[in-house]
Design a protein around this ligand. Structure first.
Ligand SMILES: Nc1ncnc2c1ncn2[C@@H]1O[C@H](COP(=O)(O)OP(=O)(O)O)[C@@H](O)[C@H]1O
Ligand SMILES: [Mg+2]
Length: 259
């Protein structure tokens, strides 16, 4: 196994009397696609929220690059190299593709204007160029980087969101159900995109309900059941049937390779 980039230790999350996540230990290894599967309510999105700084754990810790960290906010997680594409896409429909890629991270040029005032303005050319580069690098086709996101198809939007995440993720890209709302062909394209991202060395945590897709693209598969991590398997050493067994609880892994 390679280097552990993000380590989860004893992570729990309670919402009042509900235990959404219970004592989860999981190593995310540099350069892998780690799939996270489980039934509705198993705790997948809760783990995603804890790793992306959106929510704070009730107990346990996260270590990034061997250093124990507290992720106070989504901004904090991003600063530490963790980018998340949440299931509900956060793209601004009326903003151009390039504007979405740089949303909240605008490239600003500063200078003296009329020798009187120190001003900053947006370097639109630079942001357009970079967006075009990043998208074509990942073979993502959109009507144009100047087109507003609302004219993109569902698949193009999702691809743009994933590419944006990949462009900013320094350490880990988390994708929560990136293909849930897509047709088969668009799903295939997103899977191809995930492969390309992995081939460039990025680590991906992929939450998916599609076992077939997970078997197709993931290096390892982690299974959550009722808030507990019940199995971690190599994709090449398992079958769809076995993974479904772990998800439904008809199979158990005695000692999981989680951590
Ligand atoms: N904000 C919340 N308040 C109360 N319960 C929650 C909250 N978020 C999640 N839960 C509960 O925690 C459990 C895990 O939810 P979630 O992580 O969304 O599961 P999954 O993404 O695997 O479908 C569920 O029982 C869900 O109802
Ligand atoms: Mg979810």
């Amino acid at each position: 196994m390679g280097n552990v980039t993000v380590a989860v230790r004893g992570l729990s999350k309670h919402y009042g009397g509900v235990t959404a996540l219970s004592n989860v230990n999981l190593d995310i290894v540099e350069g892998e696609v780690l799939a996270l599967v489980g039934d509705n309510g198993a705790g997948k999105s809760t783990l995603v929220k804890l790793l992306s700084g959106v929510e704070q754990p009730s107990a346990g810790a996260v270590a990034i690059g061997g250093e124990r960290v507290t992720l106070h906010s989504a901004h904090d997680a991003r600063r530490r190299g963790i980018e998340t594409v949440h299931q509900s896409l956060a793209l601004a429909p009326n903003v151009a593709v390039w504007g979405n890629v740089f949303l909240g991270r605008e490239v600003v040029i500063c200078g003296w204007r009329n020798s009187l005032r120190w001003v900053g303005w947006l370097n639109r050319g630079e942001m357009r160029r970079t967006t075009l580069e990043q998208l074509s690098d990942l073979h993502v086709t959109v009507p144009g980087v100047n087109a507003p996101v609302k004219v993109l198809s569902g698949g193009q939007r999702q691809a743009a969101a994933v590419a944006r995440g990949a462009a900013w993720a320094m350490r880990l890209l988390i994708l929560d159900e990136p293909t849930a709302a897509l047709g088969p062909e668009q799903q295939r394209q997103i899977v191809e995109l995930i492969r390309r991202i992995r081939d460039r060395g990025m680590t991906v945590l992929l939450v998916s309900h599609s076992i077939r897709q997970v078997m197709d693209v993931a290096d390892r598969i982690a299974v959550l059941r009722r808030g507990e991590l019940t199995a971690v398997v190599q994709a090449t050493n398992t079958t769809e049937e076995e993974v479904i067994g772990f998800i439904t609880g008809t199979r158990r892994q005695e000692s999981n390779g989680a951590a």
